[in-house]
Design a protein around this ligand. Structure first.
Ligand SMILES: Nc1ncnc2c1ncn2[C@@H]1O[C@H](COP(=O)(O)OP(=O)(O)O)[C@@H](O)[C@H]1O
Ligand SMILES: [Mg+2]
Length: 272
C-alpha cells in the first residue's frame, strides 16, 4: 500500500520522510468473540516520538495498545486482522516470539502491576526470565533501571523489602524500572497516571520526556492537558456504527487546536 493512502498521515507538522518508522499498522482490525471492536486502523509511530491516543471510553484505545505488542494474544476470543509491523517486521508472523517482542515493546498499565515479592525481584523479573544477563551483573542492572525510573534514591536501602509497601506512585515507577531493565525501545502506556496523585503524575511525565530521547512511547490518556505536555503526535479514536476507528492523526497542537474531523471536535469540546 503506498504511504500516501495511510489515513494517519498528518496534514501538517514536522514529520520528515527520513524518520524511522518504529510501529506501523495497516488495516488493523480487532474482534472479541466475533464482535468487531476496532476497524481499519492505520497508524505510523516514528522513532523517539511520544504518540498519544485519545478518544471516548470504549473506543478501543486499550485494545489498540494491546494489539501493538501482542498482549491481545492473552485475551481469550480476541482476533487481530490486518498488519502490525515493528521496525518493518510483521509481529503476527508465525516465527515471532511474543515474549521476546514484549521485552522490546514494554507496557505500563493504569494500575501498577507489582508482584508480591521484593523490590529487587520485581525489577529483575524479566531479566531473570530471559537469562541473558549474568547473575553477577544483576545488582548493576537493578540500579541502572531504578535510576532510569527515578526511584533509586527512594528504595536503594530497601531493595529486599516487599514492593507492596511502596506507594502507588512508587509502584508505577517500579513497573517502569522492570520494563526498562530488559532494554525496550518502545514503551506502551495505558493511562499510566490516572491512578496517581499530581506529584506522582508529574514524576511520570518528566520520565516520559526524558525517556523519549532513546525510546518511542505510545500513551493512552484522557487528560488533554497531559497530552499537550508530553505528546508530539496524537491519534483520536471514535466509535462509528459501534466500532472503534482512528478518526484523525496530527501533531499534538494541530489536533487539539484545529481538529479536522467532526467527531474529534465533539470529543475535544466535551472534554473542555
Ligand atoms: N475482553 C473483552 N471481551 C469483549 N469485549 C471487550 C473486551 N475488552 C474490551 N472489550 C470491548 O471493546 C471495546 C473497546 O474497549 P477498550 O479497548 O477497553 O476501550 P477504551 O480503552 O478506549 O476505553 C469496548 O466496547 C469493550 O466493551
Ligand atoms: Mg482503556
Amino acid at each position: 500500500m503506498p504511504e500516501s493512502s495511510l489515513q494517519s498521515q498528518p496534514t501538517d507538522g514536522v514529520r520528515t520522510a527520513a524518520a524511522e518508522k518504529v510501529i506501523t499498522t495497516r488495516g488493523l482490525g480487532v474482534t472479541a468473540g466475533g464482535r468487531p471492536i476496532l476497524r481499519d486502523v492505520n497508524l505510523v509511530v516514528e522513532a523517539r516520538q511520544v504518540f498519544g491516543l485519545i478518544g471516548p471510553s470504549g473506543a478501543g484505545k486499550s485494545t489498540l495498545l494491546r494489539s501493538l505488542n501482542r498482549l491481545s494474544d492473552l485475551a481469550p476470543g480476541f482476533r487481530v486482522s490486518g498488519e502490525v509491523c515493528y521496525h518493518g517486521q510483521d509481529i503476527y508472523a508465525p516465527k515471532v516470539d511474543a515474549d521476546d517482542l514484549r521485552t522490546r515493546i514494554g507496557m505500563l498499565f493504569q494500575q501498577p502491576v507489582v508482584f508480591p515479592t521484593t523490590i529487587a525481584r520485581n525489577v529483575l523479573f524479566g531479566v531473570r526470565r530471559l537469562g541473558r544477563v549474568p547473575r553477577a551483573q544483576w545488582p548493576e542492572t537493578t540500579e541502572r533501571a531504578l535510576r532510569e525510573a527515578a526511584l533509586w534514591n527512594e528504595v536503594k536501602d530497601r531493595l529486599d523489602e516487599s514492593a507492596l509497601r511502596l506507594s502507588v506512585g512508587q509502584q508505577q515507577r517500579l513497573c517502569l524500572a522492570r520494563a526498562l531493565a530488559v532494554g525496550p525501545d518502545v514503551i506502551l502506556m495505558d493511562e499510566p497516571t490516572s491512578a496517581l496523585d499530581p506529584r506522582s503524575t508529574e514524576a511520570i511525565e518528566e520520565l516520559i520526556l526524558r525517556l523519549k530521547e532513546r525510546c518511542t512511547i505510545v500513551i493512552v490518556t484522557h487528560n488533554l492537558a497531559q497530552a499537550r505536555r508530553v505528546t508530539d503526535w496524537l491519534g483520536c479514536l471514535c466509535v462509528r456504527d459501534g466500532v472503534g476507528e482512528l478518526a484523525e492523526t496530527a501533531c499534538c497542537d494541530a489536533l487539539l487546536s484545529n481538529p479536522q474531523c467532526r467527531e474529534v471536535a465533539e470529543y475535544l469540546g466535551a472534554q473542555a
